[in-house]
Design a protein around this ligand. Sequence first.
Ligand code: BTN
Length: 268
Amino acid sequence: MDIPKISKQPAKFWGERLIKFKSVESTNDIARKMASLGEGNGTVILAGEQTGGKGRRDRAWFSPPGGLWFTVILRPDLPPVSLSGITLLFSLFIIEFLNKELEKSGVNTPLQLYWPNDIYFSEKKLGGILIESRCSDSSVKWLIAGIGININNEEKNFPSLLNAVSLNSITKRRFAIRSLLKRMLVSLENGYNGFIENGFSKFISKISDICPMINRVIEITDPDGLKTIYKTLGIGESGQLIVLDSAGQKKEIITAERTKLIYEKLMQ
Ligand code: BTN
């Protein structure tokens, strides 16, 4: 993997230093290597396509030309514990930004966040976020936020098992990816600065509003493949899902392989 020359200078704004690859295995791989060599805060790695795109839990991420595949390198001055809700925050900021883009194209159906990191439109996946970090006991050394959104890549070309959708198939128009990225980075940076100033808890109610899993009966598949039915009560101070199991015991779910709605109706 050829790594670009490292600049330790923080960018004035996210994407001021934008490193673009036509084709790369994974922007997260490049960003992880650059971050560990000291690359400054705010650098963005962008790819026209990824040949080995990565999703959560080591899954492959289909990343053909026409999508938006990028990773931001960040160096927050935070204790590691503050990062627990960061995936939800990025999902929130991306959804808020993309909802405005959809509205501009006359689409008023809002995107949804399937806890913990999936961006959905009408039960089909539009994008996802893969956060990685390196921490010492007391501080975060670096954080990389890898973001993948299907934009102009056409739904008919998706592998059928993916159940995916793109902005193009939702709106029937093509998007200028570089200008969309520029605007998205402004929104993400503003949202992230709000989190740095105010902490995670200020965003819990906004996250709950876009998450259809809250106050429902859902099936959670845990990382070992075990499926359990829960009632969801809400999102906790660290981004965990607070649930009741069938015995009425309160539990906190930190991660899941998959979450699936069982009943569409709100519980009383
Ligand atoms: C997921 O939903 O599982 C997360 C998908 C994250 C995909 C993005 S695309 C840009 C960056 N590079 C990668 O290899 N993965 C992330």
